[in-house]
Design a binder for this molecule. Structure first.
Ligand code: EPZ
Length: 427
């Protein structure tokens, strides 16, 4: 397994560029299954989850061709869907494989998708996806670890009025994709409002879907007979951008973050400003962070968009270890998303976790040691902590970070970080 070696202490200076959003590219790729025509998607990040998604689509019968330069462009066509199946071997490496369930049901009226199960950050049920599909007329059973779903007589799903009990991002995406080819109108209430949902809606609309309500919690979808091919550019990754903003802030650097959408980063920018970090919107796709005179602790509660994203919680915790005073972090989305805290404590941080709440007292002098990455964003938090630790930090299991951050070592090195990848010896 590869590792990262970080020698902390360098302030980051210069310009770093943000890639396409992983969590937008995943549903957008799944949505290509909704048409027999060719779809070209630009700005797909070069990260492992997207390679897994392309393998999954290919397994189902899609032809996927990838152009590497300047960013990854994928051209996907699925004239026939041979396998309405997401096998366990792929789903176990990427939970977002569940995003093929809605498109398969919409296009074929049948799906055989491995249950994703829990992961390091929590149980992560998909009951709301399944209940909504049942409301649309699907018959669903769980057997041998697989979701067996079908529309009676291989017909079409029916439009339905769905009120999600809880806001779910991939649940909203799955049901949106199911509803675009359903008979009649669907109304989704208490829908997620993340920018990634809006990006998916923009692409579905270009394919011929009738959807209104983007950016609100009520989406109305009028099913159409078929969708056609299109071309789409994925939005910038707001979590990668937020991670770089914190990298600049935590190292006391002067960092420009290019190719981002400042409009998607309101909660992170507000929290940085509250902590004393100077941020500047340079133009509509560029932000800049400058050194804080003094970093001050600030409380954070994770929430659905437009609140402070749970995917930024570990990175914020790293910053809070360097801030003066107490920061109380409350994680409301996932029940077990503090695995990075104990690793940060091993580096010298003063953090106590009690259930959903973590209390960080700072500033603490961090010292490098060997730490384990436990999930994607936890890994990012540990990289940030490593950037301000004395001595060397060795981060193990960085395959987690490779799932969602394109070229993180190269990007951080280009702005002055001393970070190298240690490749696992080939066996
Ligand atoms: C998406 O996961 C993201 N993944 C996650 O990013 C992100 O952390 C999460 O949304 C929250 O913003 C992708 O977009 C691929 P949810 P998702 O369904 O859709 C509960 C990353 O690091 N729930 O919005 O799986 C659930 O347990 C990843 O990039 C149910 O109870 O999250 C959680 O408490 C990690 N039943 C809450 O809702 C359901 O059927 C929100 O989960 C579905 C969800």
């Amino acid at each position: 397994m590869d590792k990262f070696l970080i020698k902390g202490g360098n302030p980051l200076r210069g310009t770093v560029s943000v890639s396409g959003a992983k969590n937008s590219a995943l549903p957008v790729m799944a949505a290509t299954l909704l048409t027999a025509d060719q779809v070209t998607v630009h700005n797909i990040p070069k990260v492992r989850d997207l390679i897994t998604m392309s393998k999954l689509l290919a397994f189902m019968g899609a032809t996927v061709s990838i152009t590497e330069i300047p960013a990854s462009d994928y051209t996907i066509s699925t004239p026939t869907l041979n396998h309405a199946e997401a096998p366990y071997e792929l789903v176990k490496t990427m939970r977002a494989s569940i995003l093929t369930l809605g498109p398969l049901m919409a296009r074929l009226g049948i799906a055989h998708v491995s249950l994703p199960g829990g992961c390091a950050i929590g149980a992560r049920p998909i009951d709301l996806h399944l209940a909504a599909l049942e409301k649309m007329g699907a018959e669903i059973t769980i057997s041998h670890g697989y979701i067996e779903a079908k529309v009676p007589n291989r017909g079409r799903l029916k439009g339905a009025h769905i009120i999600f009990d809880k806001i779910t991002v991939t649940g909203t995406e799955n049901i949106l994709m199911a509803a675009v080819l359903a008979d009649g109108e669907s109304i989704l209430e208490n829908a997620a409002r993340e920018p990634e949902i809006t990006d998916l809606i923009v692409m579905l609309r270009k394919m011929g879907a009738c959807i209104t309500g983007d950016g609100t919690s009520t989406l109305r979808i009028r099913g159409v007979k078929e969708l056609h091919g299109t071309e789409h550019t994925v939005i910038p990754d707001r979590i990668e951008a937020g991670t770089f903003l914190i990298a600049g802030a935590i190292t006391g650097g002067d960092l420009t973050v290019a190719n981002c959408d400042p409009g998607h980063l309101g909660a992170v920018i507000a929290k940085l400003q509250q902590s004393g970090v100077e941020t500047e919107t340079v133009d509509k796709s560029t932000l800049r962070v400058r050194p804080a005179r003094k970093l001050a602790g600030a409380d954070v509660t994770t929430e659905e968009y437009p609140g402070f994203a749970t995917d930024m919680q570990a990175q914020y915790m790293a910053l809070a270890t360097q801030a003066e005073g107490t920061s109380v972090i409350t994680e409301t989305i996932f029940e077990n998303r503090y695995l990075h805290a104990s690793e940060m404590v091993r580096m010298g941080a003063n953090i106590s976790v009690d259930g959903r709440r973590a209390v960080v007292r700072g500033p603490a002098e961090l010292s490098g040691t060997t730490v384990q990455a436990s999930d994607l964003r936890a890994s990012a938090g540990l990289v940030l902590a490593g950037l301000v630790s004395s001595g060397e930090t060795l981060i193990d299991r960085v395959y987690h970070i490779d799932r969602g951050y394109e070229g993180i070592v190269e990007k951080l090195s280009s702005v002055g970080a001393d970070i190298t990848r240690i490749h696992a010896p080939s066996t």
